[in-house]
Design a protein around this ligand. Structure first.
Ligand SMILES: [Zn+2]
Length: 297
């Protein structure tokens, strides 16, 4: 066995251990694969818990899914992995799991396409949902094919998520990013909703991908219909046009009223966008003094 093959087997074992330790998979769920060379892939075996694999359990297959070596059989989701390798000559590993928060969004039919976090925009862009396909049938690879040219990670409707990368850990870390993003998005929505990053800022972040050495699967594209055939070739992020505004109004940071006052203590009080009245300490003191004076009269 070559050093390269040994390393890939060890990386798959470690990534599987982390998927299971972080509850991204339960029981025997999930699968991981990586390119060994231009003719062979290494993949996890079926019916094995990803938290307790050993390097010798791996299965070597060709790019048509035929087993070349290994005592066990390859994962039943192998056709989805093969579809990704066929469409993405630039990537060398695929990770599939069922992380509960991201899968919750996938089950609810809510894609993670809002421009909210800089690190998600630079690493993954937007995270769409591939249409539901019965696991281990041709439907799943067909659903994934539509998005994989433009996306390094996606949700799978009523199923889970899949990511790809230049090596096992790059694909694994994208799975972590998706789950982390799903968790933050859920909390933000429970707290009243996300403040979206503006389109200008999104474009700036896309530009930084080169600076950080992150290969971008596809440019941000305003027109979702601009695809070729049945594939999506550009990403669509929900980012509002607001050239003059920061993503979060400055007043939210300083705690001051949104609009300037007239100099009169009560003149500067203002209603924020949700109708809440905000008062400075000075305004509040003036109001109380006023009330006390009225009571005395
Ligand atoms: Zn699955």
């Amino acid at each position: 066995m070559t050093k390269v093959e040994e390393q890939i087997r060890a990386d798959i074992v470690e990534a599987g251990r982390r998927l299971y330790a972080r509850s991204y998979v339960a029981s025997n769920d999930g699968n991981i694969s990586a390119r060994l060379d231009e003719k062979r892939l290494i993949t996890t075996p079926k019916s094995v818990c990803k938290g307790f694999m050993t390097p010798d359990m791996m299965v070597i297959v060709d790019y048509d899914g035929r087993k070349l070596s290994g005592a066990r059989d390859a994962s039943t989701e192998l056709p989805m992995h093969l579809e990704i390798y066929r469409n993405r000559p630039d990537i060398s590993a695929v990770v599939h799991a069922h992380p509960p928060l991201a899968t919750g969004f996938a089950v609810a039919g809510i894609p993670l396409t809002r421009a909210v976090l800089a690190e998600v925009i630079t690493t993954l862009g937007s995270i769409p949902i591939a249409e539901y396909g019965t696991p281990s049938t041709k439907e799943l690879p067909d659903a994934v094919r539509k998005y994989i040219k433009a996306h390094d990670g996606m949700l799978l409707a009523n199923h889970g998520a899949v990511t790809c990368g230049t090596d096992v850990f790059s694909a694994y870390y994208k799975m972590e990013t998706i789950e982390h993003f799903a968790k933050i998005s859920l909390v933000a929505r429970m707290l009243g909703g996300e403040n979206l990053i503006s389109r200008d800022e999104v474009e700036r972040l896309q530009g930084l991908r080169g600076f950080y050495g992150i290969p971008s699967p596809a440019p941000l594209c305003a027109d979702p219909a601009a695809g070729t055939g049945d594939q999506v070739v550009c990403q669509v992020l929900e980012a509002p046009d607001s050239p003059d505004e920061r993503l979060v109004p400055d007043t939210a940071l300083s705690g001051r009223p949104e609009r300037g006052g007239t100099g009169d203590a009560r003149g500067s009080m203002s209603a924020s966008r949700d109708g809440e009245i905000r008062l400075t300490y000075g305004e509040l003191t003036a109001l109380i003094a006023d009330a006390v004076r009225t009571l005395k009269d």
